[in-house]
Design a protein around this ligand. Structure first.
Ligand code: NAD
Length: 503
């Protein structure tokens, strides 16, 4: 780890002339175009008078190449945990197994649960089909399929666990409403797929309705993510703040940024209760690296969000308004340059020079930015009392590929197994979620991965855990291969598991 101090660790504020302490931050220059856009960004911040004490760390490709599968050294974690503010350029995640995405690791290890991505159109200066667009995507940042828990279970089937927690939903949904209030926004929209994923996405939607009720001044709406995404792409100006689970947010925030004119324009903040990370939303664009052609605006917008976060609103305003004026003056990098509307095609370095030359100026047509508000409040997870929980049965998953995968053969074998046990019966077998026994359709395609549902012989009655152990032992002794189990519970009187399609 190298440690670089900003030009001065305490500086004069341009407005007041008073000397104010510099805020310690950690900076990583990243991979690909990262070093070029970070250099441009830091030069603009220094020229604007940002009061920063910079510690530099090395992350990404070079660290992975030294055999560190996390892409970050322990000393760098120390810096991040000390400064609690991270300005990060994009990094390249090596393809293939054995290596973890550093972006995902950082977000989760530092508890950065809220990913905020403002996507704004700058028409008529940057070409877009949606000149009125001004959307903020708030993406849950730690859960969902990004928990990264995956297993191969049979020759044919691999699994990724989608984990959604109530505290996770409560924190991100509350953050979205607090953000809306704090930033004078009028509406919060929620996207989920709860018509299909009734428990996981259903919980996210339920929490959205519960917490939304505490904000009567904010308009609320929910869309199923597929039609919601279509509407976002078609008429983004109808949206204001949009909150959603991790995977949908990852995809749709790139779509939203691209709709404004270029993925190179948008910055993002990753916010937690203790730490925060600021970055561009785009990646390391390796093919542009070293060509002085990347747009530094995404990272600069990340840095502006950082300045607001650390309370340097005056500098955030100076930088943002100089940037808007540069864009208005038609000084454009490759990605947004258009013959006719743009005036000067510039490289990364020259773009930074143009912004620096305009520090202290304001845009003439685009609305100037004013940053008065304090950062959005974060909330701690609420711990609840345990619910009354009853075990109603067990799903036993098998790896089975005998008898041409005829479900009735497997069904009869399991009926014989269960006959010898007291108190349990085989309710159904499903394959990839579709019921195939009893009364399955011969047309249903079957893999080698079977879910066998056992419940009490007395309707809806709870079973004992010993019964689960007995059925597992009996299935194993019958020569069938158990690969995993899932318990079927009733929480506070409500059945809390999905039915098989056709069950
Ligand atoms: P990318 O965002 O790097 O590039 C996608 C396209 O957008 C390319 O055509 C690129 O030239 C263009 N582009 C991106 N940023 C630009 C800019 N500032 N100026 C002009 N054009 C720009 O996405 P990718 O190619 O899918 O990913 C490249 C690498 O980046 C991968 O290793 C990926 O894992 C990584 N990545 C990192 C982050 C991060 O560090 N936060 C985020 C996304 C992807």
């Amino acid at each position: 780890m190298s440690s670089t101090q900003a030009p001065a660790s305490s500086q004069r504020s341009p407005e007041s002339g008073a000397t104010r302490a510099a805020t310690p931050i950690t900076v990583a220059r990243g991979d690909g175009i990262g070093p070029e856009i970070m250099d441009a960004t830091l030069r603009i911040l220094a020229a604007a008078g940002a009061r920063l004490a910079i510690e530099e760390i090395e992350i990404g490709e070079k660290v992975y190449a030294r055999g560190n599968s996390a892409g970050i050294e322990p000393a760098s974690w120390e810096s991040l945990r000390r400064t609690k503010v991270f300005l990060k350029a994009p990094i390249t995640t090596p393809q293939g197994g054995g290596v973890k995405s550093l972006n995902v690791t950082t977000r989760k290890a530092l508890g950065l649960y809220a990913n905020v991505r403002p996507c704004t159109a700058y028409a008529p200066f940057v070409q877009t089909r949606h000149p009125q667009m001004d959307v903020v995507i708030i993406r849950e940042n730690e859960e969902d399929t990004y928990a990264g828990i995956e297993h191969q279970q049979t020759d044919e089937v691999v699994q990724c666990l989608k984990l959604i927690s109530r505290p996770g939903c409560e924190r991100i949904v509350r953050y979205a409403f607090e953000y809306a209030v704090q930033n004078g926004r009028k509406k919060v929209t929620c996207f989920t797929k709860d018509n299909i994923m009734k428990l996981t996405d259903g919980l996210f939607h339920k929490v959205f309705d519960e917490i939304g009720a505490e904000y009567p001044q904010i308009e609320k709406e929910h869309w199923i993510v597929d039609i919601g995404a279509a509407k976002l792409a078609d008429t983004p100006e109808q949206f204001d703040v949009v909150v959603m689970p991790n995977l949908y947010g990852d995809i749709l925030s790139d779509v939203a940024a691209q709709l404004t004119g270029s993925v190179g324009l948008a910055g993002s903040s990753n916010i937690g209760s203790a730490c925060a990370m600021f970055e561009a939303i785009h990646g390391s664009a390796p093919r542009r690296a070293g060509k002085n052609s990347a747009n530094p605006s995404g990272l600069l917008h990340g840095a502006i969000l950082m300045l607001v976060h650390i309370g340097q609103h005056d500098i955030a305003e100076r930088v943002h308004n100089a940037w808007l004026r540069t864009i208005e003056d038609g000084v454009h990098t490759d990605d947004v340059y258009r013959e006719g509307s743009s005036k000067q095609r510039v490289g990364t370095r020259e773009f930074a020079d143009a912004v620096i030359a305009r520090l202290g100026q304001e845009p003439r047509q685009l609305a100037p930015r004013r940053y008065q508000h304090s950062p959005t409040r974060t909330s701690q997870a609420v711990r609840r009392a345990r619910a009354a929980k009853q075990l109603l049965g067990v799903d036993v998953f098998l790896h089975w590929d005998e008898a041409e995968r005829d479900p009735s053969v497997l069904g009869r074998r399991l009926e014989q197994v269960v006959q010898r046990l007291s108190g349990l019966r085989l309710k159904m077998i499903s394959n990839r979620g579709v019921k195939v026994y009893p009364d399955g359709f011969p047309e249903t395609f079957c893999t080698d991965h079977w879910r066998c549902r056992f419940v009490s012989t007395t309707a809806e009655a709870p079973i004992r855990f010993e019964s689960v152990l007995e059925i597992l032992g009996a299935v194993d002794r019958a020569g069938l291969e158990v690969i995993k189990t899932e318990h079927l519970y009733r929480f506070d009187g409500v059945k809390s598991y999905s039915l098989g399609q056709g069950e």
